[in-house]
Design a binder for this molecule. Sequence first.
Ligand code: FMN
Length: 231
Amino acid sequence: MEIPKVDTPCDICICEALLEDKLASKEPFGLFEFWHREACNNDEVINPDAMCLSTATPEGVPSARIVQLQGHDKNGFRFYTSSESQKGRELEENPNVALTFYWPAQQRSVRIEGRAQMLPKAEAATFFQSRPLDTQITSHVSKQSTPLADRAELWRQHIDMAKKFESGGVVPVPKTWRGYTVIPRTVEFCQARKNRLSDRIRFRRPNPSEVIDGHIVHPGIDGWVFERLAP
Ligand SMILES: Cc1cc2nc3c(=O)[nH]c(=O)nc-3n(C[C@H](O)[C@H](O)[C@H](O)COP(=O)(O)O)c2cc1C
């Protein structure tokens, strides 16, 4: 059987293969920026910033939900939430988290494993105040993840709160408002391809005594190495 040329686009999307010598960046933040920009520029990707955040109790019982990526750079991946939610409580006791992006139009996913660090309160407040007034009011009203009688109750609370700010005024930052940045230990890029022969490239920090052979483990930049994983 003929082995197909590996750098041709896959049959299910227009993406090229993910090849070791053709990576857009040899460190994960640069490659994420490249993939994220491609997702943002693709009309079929409705919400490129939606990511699954997995947390766990100190005993290791997991829970997962979608949150919105609100910024990313070499310090990590930022999101905002309420300390009253399940994730808020779990993050307080166990900072180990995973983030998963899935961009179906491109058959791509990015898996991030690392540690969530709380952002300084002032930074979280600045972000809160940059949001539309209506959204600020909702964050104030909603005691995230507590049971409600019905949707009307949520509306009533929202309208009561909105009345307080009808004539202007600054919406105070809720006491429960939190921002986090996820500092990655590993970042894996997966490009699904025909016949399940998907490309998976994982970046990680090397162990101090590890031999970077350039065969299985490849030298990256900024203290990262990367390796191909079986699909
Ligand atoms: C597209 C989308 C984006 C969301 N973004 C956020 C977000 O940025 N922060 C947040 O706290 N919840 C967000 N949510 C709601 C969460 O998925 C979840 O319902 C809520 O945070 C409570 O989760 P928890 O009690 O498990 O912590 C989003 C939901 C969806 C569907």
